[in-house]
Design a protein around this ligand. Structure first.
Ligand code: SAM
Length: 280
């Protein structure tokens, strides 16, 4: 039984980093005309109202996207990110809706590209299906995203971006995620794989990341923002992205953004990391 609903967390500091970097990865894919596929293993509902009971209950977006809304000195990746959220809210002219990863990607999809989205939760799957009901470039699948990932690669296009953004509700998720990425990479070694990870229990997270690091896969980049000192008692203390085959210069773009986020969203115990864990 799944209980996680992304509506509680939409637009929080972890979403800011994830979606800002996702946008830059997609923009890099545009450098070639050749089509690409975007695969989202854990897609969520597609888009969220920040005025509904979920977002209002936690108010997490207030310490995330809302803090960047009026800034005029944003580095490129964050500037593009806030512009995308503003476009999404163009009708309201204020921050009341938040795009999930599928909606961000939708704004970057060219006629030749396509999206494959997986969601297991019944309600969120229905919302996601409704959101893309008439969109022929988008396939929405109700099922396990890790199994779906293996089925989706290698794509016919031979170019692709995969976002693996689990809710990590089951302890075995950490192990299963690493295994699935290694298997998918064997079939599609040129794909860009972006894994989002939380730090709730540092040891558990690092066990998953070490598995990837020691898998023999090259070009693995860690981007992380911590807002508290690691502790197993206070829920999520940091969140990050582990990217295999990041586009050229993504590390530099990310560094500018993370340094900015450390000042604006990071707590006093905050830290940021941009590190090539495995090189070429
Ligand atoms: N990627 C989304 C975004 O950035 O807007 C957020 C996704 S949220 C962190 C994780 C989602 O995974 C939840 O909606 C949850 O219902 C879904 N989920 C959990 N287990 C799943 C599984 N095995 N396969 C597919 N989706 C799953």
């Amino acid at each position: 039984m799944l209980s996680y609903r992304h509506g509680y967390h939409a637009g929080n500091y972890a979403d800011v980093l994830k979606h800002a970097i996702l946008l830059q990865v997609l923009k890099a894919m545009h450098k070639k005309d050749k089509a690409f596929v975007y695969v989202d293993t854990h897609a969520g509902a597609g888009a969220y109202s920040l005025e509904d009971e979920f977002a209002q209950k936690t108010g997490e977006y207030l310490d995330g996207v809302a803090k960047l809304w009026d800034k005029t000195d944003l580095p490129l990746a964050l500037k593009d990110y806030v512009a995308a959220v503003k476009t999404f809210n163009a009708e309201q002219d204020e921050l009341s809706l938040y795009p999930g990863s599928p909606a961000f990607v939708d704004s970057e999809l060219r006629p030749q590209d396509r999206m494959v989205l997986h969601e297991l939760h019944g309600t969120d799957h229905e919302l996601l299906s409704d959101y893309f009901a008439k969109d022929r470039q988008v396939k929405v699948i109700k099922g396990d995203g890790l199994a779906g990932l293996i089925a989706a690669v290698p794509p016919l296009e031979r170019r692709g971006v995969v976002l693996i953004d689990p809710s990590f509700e089951i302890k075995t998720d950490y192990q299963d995620v690493a295994d699935a990425i290694i298997k998918a990479h064997k079939r599609f070694s040129t794909g860009v794989f972006m894994l989002w990870y939380p730090v709730v229990d540092r040891e558990q997270t690092e066990a998953m990341l070490s598995k990837l690091k020691n898998s023999g896969i090259t070009k693995q980049l860690r981007l992380e923002q911590g807002i508290k000192t690691d502790s197993n008692e206070f829920g999520m203390t940091a969140a990050g992205l582990w990217i295999i085959n990041p586009p050229w210069q993504l590390d530099e773009l990310a560094k500018d953004s993370l340094d900015y986020l450390a000042k604006t969203l990071g707590g006093i115990d905050g830290h940021v990391t941009v590190k090539w864990e495995v090189g070429e």
